[in-house]
Design a protein around this ligand. Structure first.
Ligand code: ZN
Length: 669
């Protein structure tokens, strides 16, 4: 869609960073742009006019505004925990305060230099034969360094009641395989910039310039080979393509050169007979690299993975070089975030449920949870009705779809049982050492799940996170406390605003259970062919209309949106918004809501949806996302689903032929 309504000045506007005073603030609109021409611009043009991306961020939008407010709240929690370290009797808060304090201790980091990594570097230096690689890679995995491949627990996709081990592609320093394989001049320039970054890190760690450059070439050779053997993001969206349940003995026989049994022993998995291999061809390439890449290159590669992973925890030379490449070159960010924010993010990653427990005690109310549960109930009921009315689905498949919908578990706000951190030890030592301890705790915890039943209480995001998810193998939706705030959810706002924001988010997550990927999992979370072939065909035809719609959009410059990569999210947006709208009508129970600021209830519903997606991105970041992000750019997420909806056209009196009314409408649920 071409966006051309950008020539308007809005006067008397409040600064874009201030929290808006009304749930739908007329000052955020661009009413010169017709809603039927470009609704994103109409709903957000005033906001966009005033918005500027803070120097320390790659983007600015509704998500960031809320994130920054949450950061302030969490900052207060952490400052209090740090101040109380000597006096508190709460072991968890003691850990929280100590971890955060050691991160904030910049003087100590400057004095220590690379010393906190000395033992791990020495361990890598002991790799004298190819037989030493498995044990050293296992050591790095145990402290959270992503070397060679990813190793983790996962639910068995075809027997979702059990947890198994999984080896998955990984070990790259750049965000995606294509960064290594593309041949255009911009991509080649980026790759040599990366090589210079790797060399600079080696030099900081003590090598000469020439030795650093040579080691960087070895790293690039190994990573490029791993990249060539990696699946694309689109290929990984096919759950069958990444499921290869394999006996450990068979893996060891077919690809003997890494020494998988030794690796399993080293990560503490004794008596485990099988695992899932995400990408057999990747494991084969790894096996060949173990045999053929020079040992000097392997030592350099492992050292690089350690340095890259820990650079942000070391002295400012490492911090600055890591920032230069990862934030400025890859994402266009101009300034480093203040130290407290970087430490806050690290603390959330290390002990998110200690931080989250303190956060929800201060910032999440039982009323918010009750209101959200009521919305979830209405949205589920609406989807059930819609399933019943579908002309294209047979009754046989419908019955199974009902069963799946009814089995979806709701998680709202925070976990029923908080994570036990008693085995995690945090001391006033170098911050890098505490990061290793926290990573080791997380890895041990993950390995301990293998061979045991699934813990259905577990959350995949911490409570303060501004996000939500659907998890197919557990068949659950989760909405952390962090997202249940304006502009998504406002206890003081009318239903139109809450259903257009939070309601559409809830609808989006539930719909993931029925998108092109999620629909392949049944009520118990098993990857099973529960669809009749005719229904599958009818679904795919409808999904194809969505794919074609988004294939036709431009993400940035000449880069098109990848309709296949973003298909699941676009289906979830379309379905989620449609269902949320139905649930909104349901909540009105026949009442006609009064106009507010001249807008009807339905109009406010759609304005609320569009304002959730207000945002602006740095070009470098937009290009990165176009490659790896399964979500389309925000303006398209706002307009794409609306241009398929008759209800939207009616609310704003849009006519056939208007840009916001698609001739070939996509409709699934
Ligand atoms: Zn999604």
């Amino acid at each position: 869609m071409r966006r051309s309504c950008t020539l308007l000045l809005l006067l008397f506007a409040a600064p874009a960073t201030a929290q808006q005073s009304k749930p739908i603030d007329p000052a955020n609109l661009d009413t010169i742009c017709a809603p039927c021409h470009d609704f994103f611009q109409y709903a957000n043009g005033g906001w966009l006019k005033r918005a500027s991306i803070p120097g320390d961020l790659p983007a600015w939008g509704a998500f960031n505004e809320l994130q920054e407010r949450n950061f302030d709240a969490l900052h207060a929690v952490l400052d209090a925990a740090a101040a109380d370290v000597r006096t508190t009797r709460d072991a968890d808060l003691h850990k929280l305060g100590t971890f955060y304090s050691t991160c904030m201790d910049s003087a100590r980091a400057e004095t220590a230099g690379v010393k906190p990594l000395a033992a791990d570097l020495a361990r890598i230096a002991t790799v004298r034969s190819r037989g030493d690689l498995a044990g050293t890679i296992a050591h790095l995995h145990r402290i959270g360094v992503p070397a060679g491949f990813t190793f983790r627990s996962t639910q068995d996709a075809k027997n979702s009641s059990r947890v198994i081990a999984e080896a998955y592609q990984g070990g790259l320093g750049l965000p995606d395989r294509d960064y290594y394989t593309r041949n255009d001049s911009a991509s080649r320039a980026l790759l040599s910039n990366y090589e210079a970054h790797v060399a600079a890190m080696f030099t900081l760690a003590g090598r000469s310039k020439a030795a650093g450059a040579a080691a960087a070439r070895g790293v690039l050779a190994i990573e490029s080979a791993l990249a060539r053997a990696s699946m694309t993001p689109v290929e990984q969206r096919n759950p069958e393509a990444i499921y290869h349940l394999t006996r450990l003995a068979d893996l060891q026989a077919a690809q003997p050169r890494l020494g998988w049994s030794g690796y399993f022993d080293a990560v503490g998995l004794t008596g485990i007979a099988e695992l899932n291999i995400g990408q057999p061809s990747f494991v084969a390439a790894l096996d060949s690299l173990v045999a053929n890449a020079p040992l000097e290159s392997w030592r350099g590669y492992l050292e690089w993975q350690l340095l890259s992973s820990r650079a942000p925890t070391l002295d400012s030379r490492f911090v600055n070089e890591s920032f230069r490449f990862n934030s400025t070159v890859l994402r266009g960010v101009k300034e480093m975030r203040p130290r407290w924010k970087r430490c806050l993010i690290r603390t959330d990653a290390a002990m998110g449920e200690i931080l989250g427990k303190a956060y929800v005690a201060r910032h999440f109310t039982p009323e918010a949870k009750a209101r959200a549960l009521e919305m979830v109930g209405n949205i589920r009921a609406e989807l059930r009705d819609r399933l019943g009315r579908l002309a294209w689905m047979t009754d046989t498949t419908k019955t199974k779809a009902y069963a799946k919908l009814d089995a979806i578990v709701n998680k709202i706000g925070y976990p029923d049982h908080w994570r036990d951190y008693s085995a995690l030890r945090i001391d006033p030592v170098a911050f890098a050492a505490n990061v290793s301890r926290a990573s080791a705790f997380a890895f041990r915890r993950d390995m301990a799940k293998i061979g045991k039943p699934v813990d259905r209480n577990e959350w995949l995001l911490s409570p303060p996170t501004v996000n939500a998810y659907y998890n197919p193998p557990v068949n659950e939706i989760a909405f952390p406390a962090g997202i249940m705030q304006p502009p998504f959810f406002d206890p003081k706002a009318d239903d139109a605003v809450n259903y257009g924001g939070m309601g559409a988010v809830i609808g989006h997550e539930i719909s993931h259970g029925f998108d092109d990927q999620g629909r392949q999992y049944d009520a118990q979370g098993n990857l099973s062919g529960w669809w009749l072939p005719a229904d599958e065909k009818a679904f795919n035809q409808r999904a194809d209309v969505v794919r074609e719609q988004f294939d036709g959009y431009v993400a940035i410059d000449t880069i098109k949106v990848n309709g296949k990569l973003t298909l699941g999210e676009n289906i979830a947006d379309l379905a989620g918004l449609t269902i949320a709208y139905g649930a909104y009508r349901r909540s009105l129970a026949g009442r006609d809501p009064p106009k507010i600021d001249g807008f009807s209830g339905p109009q406010r519903f759609f304005l609320s949806w569009a304002q959730v997606w207000r945002g602006t991105y740095r070009p470098e970041y937009a290009k990165l996302l176009a490659q790896v992000d399964p979500h389309a750019p925000p303006a398209l997420r706002a307009n794409g689903p609306l241009s398929n909806m008759q209800e939207f056209a009616e609310a704003f009196s849009c006519k056939a032929g208007d840009p916001m009314v698609r001739a070939a409408r996509a409709e699934i649920w």
